[in-house]
Design a protein around this ligand. Structure first.
Ligand code: FMN
Length: 164
């Protein structure tokens, strides 16, 4: 879907969507390749006044916590010019440092990202939301002592009235 209605996505909807799709550290929502660091989830929510807020999903507790300035940068790597508006955005990223071990750790990480994306798509529907995958992701932001590489942006919103 490329065109979203004007409604905002609530914090509750967003955390529910991510928790359903990714699970938690104790109960992962997707099969894990093991040893590849797992999928990192960054999230952005638009507010009524046009302001945006950035978050990081903390899988240990299944909550969204405010992002640091550096983590917020990751959310600006996605080219969303092909959608009419961005009520909310998720960036699925992988931890390049955690790739050690397997020759194909990167490939395995992409498979994990694909699983999360599919679950986001299904769970969004159940919550009355829709998604638009945005593979146009520029650059990799260096965060903390790890290299976090953004892989896929997912715009989230409600469908336009005519497309429900
Ligand atoms: C992995 C993946 C990456 C995508 N990347 C983009 C993208 O960067 N830009 C874009 O306009 N559409 C992208 N798409 C397509 C849209 O997400 C969406 O599938 C398409 O717009 C279908 O909706 P429509 O029927 O409303 O056109 C991507 C789709 C997938 C599955």
């Amino acid at each position: 879907m490329r065109s979203f209605g004007s409604s905002l996505v609530t914090d509750e909807q967003m955390v529910e969507l991510i928790r359903l799709s990714c699970g938690t550290a104790d109960a992962p929502g997707v099969a894990q390749a093991g040893g590849v660091g797992g999928v990192k989830v960054h999230a952005m929510l638009s507010r009524q006044d046009g302001v945006t807020e950035s978050f990081v999903y903390e899988a240990d507790n299944g909550v969204l916590v405010p992002a640091s300035v550096g983590e917020g940068t990751l959310l600006r790597c996605v080219d969303t010019s092909d959608v009419n508006r961005v009520p909310a955005l998720i960036v699925l990223a992988i931890d390049l440092v955690a790739r050690r071990g397997y020759r194909n750790a990167y490939d395995l990480s992409l498979i994990e990202v694909g699983q999360v994306y599919q679950r986001l798509e299904d769970n969004a529907r159940h919550l009355g939301l829709r998604v638009c995958a945005m593979g146009a992701v520029a650059g990799a932001a260096s965060l903390h002592d790890t290299m976090t590489s953004p892989v896929l942006g997912v715009v989230i919103g409600v469908p336009e009235e005519s497309k429900k």
